[in-house]
Design a protein around this ligand. Sequence first.
Ligand code: MN
Length: 131
Amino acid sequence: MTKVLLVEDNEMNRDMLSRRLTRRGFEVVFAVDGQQGLDLAHSEKPDIILMDMSLPVIHGGEATRRLKSSEIRSVPVIGLTAHAMSGDREKAMEAGCDDYDTKPVEIERLIGKIAALLPKSTDDAGRECHG
Ligand code: MN
């Protein structure tokens, strides 16, 4: 099962997204701020990380930068932001995110991005909904 670490401080977004991902066959662990995100990224060994860019304690860009200079730099990170402005994409990619999406999240699009970043051999989660 693909394990997703969802780092999101907004409770409503966190609940909604984790429910949707769980329903598609992902295992979801979550963190509510950047520091907890870093801690769980190391202890939980997720297959992929969904990182809100706007987070308390350590913001998402800085948390991603630290992850990408650690021994788990190969774990893909998808940055999430509430702003569709073009500069946010650049900031997320500069911080080391492998991809980027805007909130509110379209679940099919997000799952497509997750699948694209996972090694094909372990890519079984979400397959049934790609139609
Ligand atoms: Mn936030």
